[in-house]
Design a protein around this ligand. Sequence first.
Ligand SMILES: Cc1cc2nc3c(=O)[nH]c(=O)nc-3n(C[C@H](O)[C@H](O)[C@H](O)COP(=O)(O)OP(=O)(O)OC[C@H]3O[C@@H](n4cnc5c(N)ncnc54)[C@H](O)[C@@H]3O)c2cc1C
Length: 422
Amino acid sequence: MKDQASEARRNGRSRCCNKYDYVIVGGGLHGSLAALSILHNSPHARIALIEKEAALGGSHTWSFFPHHIHPESAPWFADLIYKSWPGHQVLFPGFHRKLSCGYASITSESLHRVVMEMVEGSVNGEIFLGDPAVRLTSDRVVLKSGAVLRGRLVLDGRGQPENEVFKGAGVQKFYGVEAEVELVDKTRLGFDPTQPCLMDATVKGWDGYRFFYILPFAAERWLVEETFFSDEADFDNGESRKRIERYLHKRGVRLKDVLREESGALAMPWRNPAPCNDARLTGDYAEAGASYPSPYPSPFKLGLRGGWYHPATGYSLVQGVEVAVLLGKYAPHAPPGEEICALRKGLARRSRFMRFLNWMLFRAVHPGKRLNLMERFYGFSEGLIDRYYACRPGRFDPWMLLFWKPPHPRYFKILPEKGSHG
Ligand SMILES: Cc1cc2nc3c(=O)[nH]c(=O)nc-3n(C[C@H](O)[C@H](O)[C@H](O)COP(=O)(O)OP(=O)(O)OC[C@H]3O[C@@H](n4cnc5c(N)ncnc54)[C@H](O)[C@@H]3O)c2cc1C
């Protein structure tokens, strides 16, 4: 690892134009996945991974259904998994349902540890922490310290640009704590404490759809998040923390100690994304002032910045692994442009219906009826629910979701709202 700021000061301009095969900007989820895949396939690849913070991965828990992960990633992905469970559950006012699909989580710590080991243990990999990139072009990256890194392929994994996030989108906003807990009264719990509870929506709702999300990492260590599907991004984390404590208390659980906090606001867009050959895929090639003759769109945008996510969940891990698998298969001078384009088109096609569902949830129904739509959704078969989370709806799923026991007309804004649940 380079303590980049001090090293650049010591070396003055001597670090100018270090050459790499890949310069990856952003050591969050997707920059890290790309680095792991590339190094697994090409152990001698010259990689620079640049992260503006002191550690990789921020403060996150990334969860997913393991069978959605691209199987070819298994050799480099498996070590990232911090905890997995054989099933999960949801709680709604009308029912409690256990689902048999496994669930798993990666934490920032597990990501940081695995990526540091992989990159630092490689022949030509380097990690630059605490030194933000201030300029990216198709073949070089300038860091705040003044270092200039030249790469055959520049990958831009700096996360979602803030000003773009909530245009034409609903908001999934949340605050959570990873905490030491004690189960004081089992009779009040109401769910299986050995398996994740992805939605406890039996709580009082406001600001759209409100629920709690619980990941039991161990008997006495849980991640508990309060989540809203809202029209607004603003959120008071302090108030949310108090509500989490009250929620746990009601469930017969004592919150002993908060170990870590995490919060976020994810876009759930209904607006269509730009087409396949737009700047997101071509990486603003002209705008970036390309000077290196590369056949590949560079800088290539990864993760949220590149729109590689599931529009109806805001989650991106599964899509990020697919991109990373492709990047790992090809050399930086002969990258998988067409395959990436096909992947992008496939995601865009499959996302269309997901965007329509977002439109329904955030625009068409009364905010207070989002709960009813979610409860109805969880009444469908496990297969349909699973395909929805995989962003791979089956041919008849849209018809089922729209017309099988269709939502009550009063849920929709064309009619005045009556009651909050029914
Ligand atoms: C709290 C939270 C929980 C989430 N949970 C899940 C989940 O369970 N499952 C899931 O699939 N998705 C989840 N998501 C959604 C999404 O997958 C994550 O946001 C994911 O981290 C996006 O990955 P990314 O690489 O695009 O961005 P990030 O992970 O945010 O990474 C961007 C990185 O770039 C760095 N950076 C930014 N600018 C610069 C610069 N100029 N120079 C150098 N570095 C820079 C940042 O410090 C950061 O580390 C969650 C999101 C949030 C906010």
